[in-house]
Design a protein around this ligand. Sequence first.
Ligand code: GAR
Length: 210
Amino acid sequence: MTIRVVILLSGRGSNFQAIVEAQLPIDIVAVVSNRPQAAGLDYARARGLHTVALDHTDHPDREAFDTLLADEIERHQPDLVVLAGYMRILSAAFIARFEGRLLNIHPSLLPMFPGLKTHERALAEGIKVHGCTVHFVTAQLDHGPIVIQAAVPVRTDDTPATLAARVLMQEHRIYPQAIRWFAEGRLEINRGCVNLKDDPTSQSVLSTGA
Ligand code: GAR
């Protein structure tokens, strides 16, 4: 079965591209951005996908903007909403409307380093392993049931940019995987944790990559 997916992004859209290129059993019914100039929208248009630009600077009230955004998304009747570099905090009301069908990717091994500048903060802490996380979105920022993570080693000569690039390669691997599992109906949330159906060990929920 093909599921209907709405993508939400704010910028470059490389995760969105990785999702498209993975040829998943999904139908991307709309690509929505809060920034009209987002490069991700150009890519979507070039692929013939339906795009929507809703400029948040035209709507200073966050709640009102999020209501507009949620109404627009709902018009496309998505089974899943994918945050692919959507760089605005979502209101609790928005999250409540899509909870359970709202995925996010975050550039750290959550629950470490929620928020911004994750690579800078990882380097400042001197941690040796960093990575990325796909999780279901809940009201608490950058928390919520974890679907899959990938770890990368931190090198002594890393800069935020080199570390970000290494993590991004893993993001492009795990986001399509998480969406495939969702589309296959294999993700079960049990007491705040995600189990992968038909995988008694759930080993595949934890992936590592260099
Ligand atoms: C990605 O690294 C993603 O993990 C991060 O923004 C980047 C978007 O890149 N998301 C967040 O920080 C969300 N809190 P992309 O536009 O090339 O996919």
